[in-house]
Design a protein around this ligand. Structure first.
Ligand SMILES: Cc1cc2nc3c(=O)[nH]c(=O)nc-3n(C[C@H](O)[C@H](O)[C@H](O)COP(=O)(O)OP(=O)(O)OC[C@H]3O[C@@H](n4cnc5c(N)ncnc54)[C@H](O)[C@@H]3O)c2cc1C
Length: 471
């Protein structure tokens, strides 16, 4: 017999976990089911560190799947906001639906939950107001905006512990959690959601779960699946955006001021001649470059940093936003093709190249990395030539941006700095939702990164809390 629930959520990333947490507080629903294709948080581990290479864990990458989603191995930088700002600059678009003040309140609440479950009380980026103002002015002179907001840094190892406590809490409070289970399809009748079809990924047994309220919280990992599902069931979407770029690694010494004053500086510009938006994202002082595997074995680069274990390098993403409308309107597909070509060039791995080699018009060789001043922290990356696969437009945007950054942070364009690719953020397609995050299908909701609403831990968590309150 099919099992019936009040609410079912697909995925157990921060958006879904915080939704379930808030539903427990509200005590309105008794039968809540979360379905996740990956493992429990305590069973997740990435062999990359031990083996020195990514072995493409099956059936799912441990970095992107499992309880707490991409949050478990993330650097755990919780982006807050400035009291005085009349906009929210980081983490996604929740404020477009709820307004800035309501979103700030949600962030405060989500932050209080993170603190309750053990987040560090210390906030980065609030001490050095004068120094930050000077950096902002210097950035402005060189055509860049510098966004600085307070950040609470969990650190990768601490994030794991915190999410374990949340997992225990939800279980103790009666939330049912099904792991190693992939939702393959939605059951929709006469424009309303009725349930989901799921499959145990270990034994392929299929099962149907019924509910009049289903929440899509599949993160970037599920973005591809979501595109197909939206097409199949006529779930409305809007033209999305894909962010394509590189993970940039340079010495802590060069980045010391930005690291000290802000921990994470978010620089944004629109360099010529294309005027595309280029931004830095996910800066990790004394951090490590990492890789993660998406559908069809796509190997993407990322980065994180620990609270205790330190490298001598800072890494950050440099991302270019690309829109496609007519006649081609498939940003996810475009991004996948770029990633696929790069993975082929890297024999299945991420490719790394020195900035100076790009200027010299040559590939980077393995032996050159061993004597390079900036030592690569992602050992599994293949030395090569990223310019074979990244389009002229994207590459020009990135190089121009690096030149502008060099005028703000001396040494940013050091020829020994490293560019890893593909760094791609699959946020699109954007699922069309109303202010209750409900889609055009009655009872079907979309939260977090997967449907393009959010782009970070804090905003994903906030979106889940809001949904719990309005559902
Ligand atoms: C290495 C790394 C570092 C990061 N660092 C930061 C950071 O410092 N700060 C920050 O704000 N953000 C960071 N992020 C991004 C952040 O982790 C995400 O924004 C956040 O986790 C999004 O939450 P979510 O709930 O939307 O989705 P996710 O966390 O992506 O979770 C979605 C879950 O859904 C599951 N799923 C997908 N499809 C299905 C299906 N069909 N059936 C069942 N389950 C499914 C997936 O397995 C996954 O577990 C980082 C991400 C990575 C990978």
């Amino acid at each position: 017999m099919d099992k019936k629930y009040d609410v079912i959520a697909i995925g157990m990333g921060p958006s879904s976990v915080f939704m379930a947490y808030e539903l427990v507080q509200l005590k309105k629903y008794k039968k809540i089911l979360l379905i996740e294709q990956g493992k429990r948080v305590e069973d997740r581990n990435c062999p990359l560190e031990k083996l020195g290479k990514c072995i493409k864990c099956k059936p799912y990458c441990n970095i992107t799947s499992g309880f707490s989603g991409a949050g478990a191995f993330s650097d755990g930088k919780l982006s807050l906001y400035n009291e005085e700002d009349d906009d929210i600059y980081v983490g996604g678009n929740v404020h477009d639906y709820l307004g800035v003040d309501a979103t700030k309140k949600l962030i405060d609440y989500a932050d209080s939950v993170y603190l309750k479950f053990g987040a560090d009380k210390h906030l980065e980026g609030i001490e050095y107001k004068e120094e930050v103002a000077k950096l902002k002015a210097k950035a402005k002179k060189n055509g860049l905006d510098l966004i600085s907001i307070p950040i609470r840094h969990l650190g990768t190892e601490k994030a794991h512990d915190l999410y374990k406590k949340l997992e225990d809490y939800l279980e103790e409070h009666g939330v049912e959690m099904l792991f190693n289970t992939c939702v393959d399809d939605l059951i929709i009748e006469k424009g309303a959601i009725k349930g989901v079809k799921a499959r145990n990924v270990l034994n392929n047994e299929e099962e149907t779960f019924k509910a009049d309220k289903v929440v899509i919280a599949v993160g970037r990992k599920g973005a591809n699946w979501l595109v197909d599902i939206c097409e199949k069931h006529d779930i409305q979407t809007e033209a999305g955006v894909v962010d394509i770029g590189v993970r940039y690694e340079l010495s802590d010494e060069v980045m010391k001021d930005v690291n000290k004053y802000m921990y994470e500086g978010k620089f944004v510009g629109k360099p010529g001649p294309f005027g595309d938006k280029v931004r830095t994202f996910c800066q990790n002082p004394s951090g490590f470059v990492s890789s993660e595997v998406y559908d069809n074995d796509l190997n993407l680069v990322n980065g994180h940093s620990y609270k205790e274990k330190k490298s001598q390098n800072t890494n950050l993403a440099i991302l270019v936003s690309h829109h496609f409308n007519h006649p081609f309107d498939k940003p996810i597909e475009y991004g996948r093709n770029v990633a696929k070509n790069l993975n082929e060039l890297g024999a299945g791995n991420v490719v790394v190249q020195r900035l100076g080699d790009i200027y010299r018009g040559k590939r980077t060789w393995e032996k050159e990395l061993t004597t390079n001043k900036v030592k690569a922290t992602l050992k599994s990356a293949t030395a090569g030539d990223i310019t074979f696969a990244i389009g002229y437009r994207t590459m020009t945007d990135i190089l121009q941006f690096i030149r502008s950054m060099d005028k703000v942070v001396e040494g940013f364009a050091n020829p020994e700095n490293l560019l890893y690719a593909p760094e791609i953020k699959f946020y699109s397609n954007k699922v069309s939702i109303n202010e209750n995050f409900e889609t055009n299908i009655k009872g079907l909701y979309s939260i977090g990164d997967g449907g393009g609403l959010t782009r970070g831990l804090m905003m994903a968590s906030a979106s889940g809390i809001h949904l719990a309150r309005v559902i």
